[in-house]
Design a protein around this ligand. Structure first.
Ligand code: ADP
Ligand code: MG
Length: 281
């Protein structure tokens, strides 16, 4: 679906410092995959996200979306249609005074006939469980609901891939849960490729693959279990692991017998249950 080949990117005005926001990034995102991208603030995640649909072009290197180079102007429209971007702050993404009008906005820009827009908007709102709010004003919605409306606006454009840049960062735990379940559903039920940028490791664990960025480069990648098993290395780079992973890692350090890489609360609870039953604790 997306190939990033040896991409370097420098913001204008930083020429003398020779500081690159992206420092030789290589990655391949497969069709239908759910990938999480994690890393410190300033590691280049948002800069990379904007390369996925031609908002930024590489200083050197290539980004190829479904065979199309993002640098070719003739593909711009098709690339934007294929790859939708959801940002952190839902308030900055909502443009209309009524939910359904907001969701229709992107489709109108694509020049889709009104009758088809109507259908797409209804379907998109149903997909994010916001259909009953279609005539409401977005102002009165919770953060999670607003973010789901923003996602509906993207779905209505029928992208093959949705890139979400820290979509849960401004939400409370319930809002985060709503958005993440919606994203998982779109991936599983509709086969939409998902690239989720997040600083919540508990969200990253839900992906098929985790890509860890550091200083504008890919530090490591693999299944969540492969990536988070490298606790020592991640700590050296001051990167987090899920809390359950951390707890079991520390228990292991104290000599307790726990499985190698525990990823979530359930696995952690099972490991603790075993220890307690054996009378080890
Ligand atoms: P992340 O999303 O991982 O926090 P960013 O992609 O936002 O990282 O930033 C990567 C680097 O690029 C940082 O050093 C940041 O300061 C710099 N940067 C980001 N946006 C701009 C900008 N508009 N102009 C200049 N430098 C920027
Ligand atoms: Mg960012």
């Amino acid at each position: 679906m997306i190939e990033v080949k040896e991409v370097y990117f420098q913001y204008e005005g930083t020429e003398e410092e020779k500081k690159y926001a992206l420092n030789g990034v290589n990655m391949t995102i497969k069709d239908g995959e759910f990938v999480a991208i994690v890393g410190h603030n300033g590691s280049g995640k948002s800069t990379l996200a904007k390369h996925f649909n031609s908002i930024y072009l590489p200083s050197t290197g290539d980004v190829i979306v479904d065979g199309m180079n993002t640098e070719d102007d003739e593909h711009l429209f098709d690339i934007r249609k294929k790859v939708g971007l959801v940002l952190q702050n839902p308030d900055n993404q909502i443009v209309a005074g009524i939910v359904e009008e907001d969701v229709a906005f992107g489709c109108e820009n694509l020049g889709i006939p009104p009758k088809e827009i109507r259908e797409r908007v209804d379907n998109a709102l149903k997909a994010v469980d916001m259909y009953e709010y279609r005539t409401h004003s977005p102002d009165k919605l919770s953060g999670g609901q607003k973010q789901r409306v923003a996602i509906a606006g993207i779905i209505a454009m029928e992208p093959e891939c949705i890139v979400l840049d820290e979509p849960t960062a401004m939400l409370d735990p319930q809002g985060r849960q709503e958005v993440i379940s919606t994203v998982q559903k779109l991936n599983k039920e509709r086969g939409i490729t998902i690239i989720l940028i997040t600083h919540y490791m508990e969200e990253a664990v839900l992906a098929d693959r985790v890509i860890m960025m550091d200083s504008g480069k890919v530090l490591t990648e693999g299944t969540p279990r492969e990536v988070f098993a490298q606790v020592e290395m991640l700590k050296k780079h001051r990167l987090d692991v899920p809390q359950a992973t951390e707890l079991c890692y520390r228990l292991k350090g104290c000599g307790y017998e726990v499985p190698d890489c525990v990823l979530d609360e359930n696995e952690c609870a099972k490991a603790l249950e075993k220890l307690l039953k054996r009378g080890a604790v």
